[in-house]
Structures are given as C-alpha cells and as structure tokens.
Design a protein around this ligand. Sequence first.
Ligand SMILES: Nc1ncnc2c1ncn2[C@@H]1O[C@H](COP(=O)(O)OP(=O)(O)OP(=O)(O)O)[C@@H](O)[C@H]1O
Length: 243
Amino acid sequence: MTDAIQLDNISFSYGSQRVLDDVSLSVRHREFMGLIGPNGGGKSTLLRLILGLLPPQEGRISVLDTTPRRAARRLGYVPQFARFARSFPISVEDVVLMGRLGQGNMWGFWKRSDRHAITDILDLLEITHLRSRHIEALSGGQMQRVLIARALVANPEILLLDEPTASVDRHGETSLFELFSTLKKNMTVMVISHDLGFISDYVDRVACLNQSLVMHPTAAVTADTINQLYGEQVQMVHHHHAH
Ligand SMILES: Nc1ncnc2c1ncn2[C@@H]1O[C@H](COP(=O)(O)OP(=O)(O)OP(=O)(O)O)[C@@H](O)[C@H]1O
C-alpha cells in the first residue's frame, strides 16, 4: 500500500505571493504528523491543497491513492476555529449531522444509523450533554469538540486538523491529544499547531513549513533547530503532563 498522503514538488502562489515552494511530503497510513511553522508559513494552504479545495499550480498530490477531490469524502477536516461562523441558529446535533452529508443522505432524511453514529461520537468527545444546545451558547473549547465530532462522524480515513486546540485550555488540549493518539490506531492524523513542545510528546514526526518544508523525526526537533528556522515565532515551552 502506498502512503496516505503524497505531495511531490508542490508550489503554490496567491497572485504573485509565493506561499509554498517545492514542497514534498509523504504521510504514512496511521501516522500522526504534526505541522508547525510561523504565521503565514503556508500551513492552512497546504491543508487546503490536500483537501482538494485548491488546485496545485506545480507538482502532484495523491491522497488515498487518488486525487484530493476524489478522496475528499474519505477525509475529515476540522477548520481553524476562528473561521467557523457560529451565528447559524442550529444545535450541536445539527452541526455534527452535517458531517454525515455525503454518506448518501439528504437534509431531513437521516437514517437511524446516522443518529447512532452521532450518539457514539458525542459520547467519545464527552459532549453528549450538549446535544440539543444552540451552538452560539457554547464555549470555545466546547465548539472545538463539536467541530471534531463533525469531522469524525463519517469515519474518515484521514483526519486533518487546523489548530484544533487554539481555544482550549491546557487540560483540554491534553485530553484532545490523547484522543488523537487513540484515533491514530485507525486513521492517519495530521495536526497544525504552534506549540511544538506540546505536540512533540504525541506525534510521530513533525513537518516544519515556512514556504519550504523540512521534515523531522520528533526526537530530532530541538529548540535550536526551530529557532534557526523561524526565530522565536514557534512556541517551544515544554509542558510536563501525565500520559
Ligand atoms: N485566499 C488568499 N488569498 C491571498 N492570500 C492568501 C489567501 N490565503 C492565505 N493567503 C496568504 O498566504 C500566506 C500563507 O497563509 P496560510 O493561511 O496558508 O498560512 P498559515 O501557516 O496557515 O498561517 P497561520 O499560522 O497564521 O494560520 C499568508 O501570507 C496569507 O496572508
């Protein structure tokens, strides 16, 4: 079997602004990969290319042995929290149900299996008690869990998360990363983060992106490496916590 995600010599510009320059990356099946880099380094753009939301201008991308667009239904995506509008008058259950679209359903025709999947996933994310709550009335950390539930409810083969713990406290961050470590037994997980010291306890490898990409096994990533690459922009504070 080939890799879950394969990027070969990808370049991308917005207008005349070069954002990705000759990026190559292989993510193995059931690998847990961290993606770090300074603001504007191109991390979200790379995720959008993998999701098939943007076409590469140069190079080739293969996701689950096909094109990103063909693979899209088999991917789970958790967008950056700040980019998700929360003023829709809908409940937690509705948002998570949206994750089942594309599984052969249309609005209003949910099957019993959809309801069961939602019950299980809300339980996994420990947000069962929020099921009928309006999403405007959630804390940042709760909303983050709802978005993760929405991405997981369709049983994706690859889970892509764009700063999933940005609005979560340290305790919540630990519990989410422990959940991702469990999920990794069944799927490939790729997570964008600013906090290398924290994620290096969990991920198998770290990709450092600042227009071009450098791969590190986590053991090789030190504060010095990161400072040389990015200056002080990536947090290197190491937090000790129980596993
Ligand atoms: N739709 C767009 N049109 C034009 N420029 C864009 C667009 N999206 C992103 N950019 C620019 O491309 C660069 C890379 O953005 P991107 O969001 O990929 O970086 P990032 O590494 O995810 O940053 P952050 O850590 O701040 O989220 C930035 O300079 C950004 O301003």
